[in-house]
Design a protein around this ligand. Structure first.
Ligand code: COA
Length: 172
């Protein structure tokens, strides 16, 4: 079942990803710099084992948006958002925010009351997206460095700052 009423935005359907879409997700991520590319196998797992906490946006049969997420194992009412990708042709219409809200609005996810993600310090789009969600939900946002450039990435990747939003009620 789609997460959104297609009549809201006739050319766009938001729904759980299907395992057969793992390859299309991989290609979408590759087009959405500066996201890290993972293996196709990883995207297949996101689209199957983690489908209930992920969301795909499909336009004219193409995957144009994707959020991968999972419940943090020691804190299962926290949704960890791994990656958010929106194809250039679908940007600027609130799709990234709608994909995340659609996950939280599913019947099986209404117990989720916190969201976490990690963001590199220079990713202005990502900060704007998640700070905007915290504002929209009237929730606090806390941050601390989770993975450090030297200690965790051997100098090969920028530090990743954990941004934790909550508590919040299921967004309308
Ligand atoms: C970042 C990205 C997901 C945004 O998708 P989108 O559907 O256009 O985003 P939305 O329309 O939902 O915008 C959400 C907020 O982010 C802001 N925003 C979006 N792109 C931005 C940019 N490039 N720079 C600054 N702010 C930006 C919007 O103004 C909006 O702010 P508001 O809540 O104050 O109105 C998309 O540009 C993308 O895939 N970029 C490449 C991958 C990436 O950097 N992902 C980061 C998330 S992990």
């Amino acid at each position: 079942m789609p997460d959104s009423d297609p009549s809201d935005d006739t050319d766009l359907i938001l729904r759980e990803p299907a395992a057969t879409e793992g390859h299309a997700v991989h290609q979408l991520i590759a087009r959405c710099k500066p996201l890290d590319e993972n293996s196709v196998y990883c995207n297949l797992l996101q689209c199957s084992h983690f489908a209930a906490t992920s969301c795909a946006a499909v336009m004219d049969g193409d995957v144009v948006g994707f959020v991968s997420g999972y419940r943090v194992p020691p804190r299962p009412t926290t949704l960890f958002v791994w990656q958010v990708a929106v194809d250039e042709r679908a940007r600027g219409r609130g799709l990234a925010k709608r994909l995340i809200s659609a996950i939280l609005q599913r019947d099986g996810n209404r117990d989720i009351d916190h969201l976490e993600t990690t963001i590199t310090p220079d990713n202005a789009a990502s900060w704007a997206l998640f700070e905007g969600l915290a504002r929209q939900w009237g929730a606090d946002g806390e941050r601390h460095t989770l993975f450090e450039r030297e200690a965790h990435f051997a100098g090969a990747h920028d530090s990743e700052v954990l941004y934790r939003i909550g508590p919040f009620a299921t967004p309308a």
